[in-house]
Design a protein around this ligand. Structure first.
Ligand code: GLU
Length: 195
């Protein structure tokens, strides 16, 4: 499965997450994406293909920012397209997620969300996951962390994922449900990585 990395600190996030994505890229990934917090909004870039395709597309773009997270995808649900590349956003676009693993019962959960008027732009189980988090948060009027915990009780299969909420932009929630997750932290910076 994929590699995920999130960085939050005083340094420029882009070179750090790009470098780590490359280190995680050893199994023939099919697409890559990165999110950077810039000027009070989350800017997302995604490309089908190798990390170098994403890197090239960003050569002339603004990659400044001290908060970033990124993903290399090895598709399990849906083809290797730009739409299916991570990060994935929730219906409100406020919550974003990068996901490693599989949600085995995603079809059933997706149908339930569709009945609640959630719409989907891609085919991944990961997009179901991020909308499930948003739906729990709204329905139960709970904070993001509580909504993530509620969601982990509903999903089947092995997953590790990182969640970012634009309403609380300088925090990541990282979750390990049977995947691999590493967290590095010092006084000034924090890094979360899954593979
Ligand atoms: N199941 C997710 C997808 O198909 C994540 C796959 C992965 O771990 O790369 O997008």
């Amino acid at each position: 499965m994929c590699g995920i990395i999130g960085y939050l600190g005083k340094k420029q996030a882009y070179p750090i997450v790009l470098n780590i994505l490359k280190r995680l890229e050893y199994r023939g990934y099919d697409s890559a994406g990165i999110a950077l917090w810039q000027n009070n909004q989350l800017i997302i870039h995604k490309e089908a293909g190798a990390i170098e395709v994403l890197e090239k597309s960003l050569l002339k773009k603004d990659t400044n920012g001290n908060i970033g997270f990124a993903h290399t995808r090895w598709a399990t649900h849906g083809p290797a397209t730009k739409d299916n590349a991570h990060p994935h956003h929730s219906q409100s676009k406020k919550i974003n997620l990068v996901h490693n693993g599989t949600v085995l019962n995603y079809y059933h959960l997706k149908e339930e969300l569709k009945q609640k008027n959630y719409q989907f732009y891609g085919d991944t189980d990961s997009e179901v996951l991020v909308n499930l988090i948003e739906s729990k948060q709204k329905e139960k009027n709970i904070n993001l962390k509580e909504a993530v915990i509620e969601t982990t009780k509903l999903i089947e299969g092995r997953s590790a994922f990182l969640v970012h909420d634009q309403n609380n932009f300088n925090t990541f929630i990282a979750v390990n449900c049977g995947g691999d997750l590493f967290i590095g932290k010092n006084k000034e910076e924090e890094m979360k990585m899954g593979s």
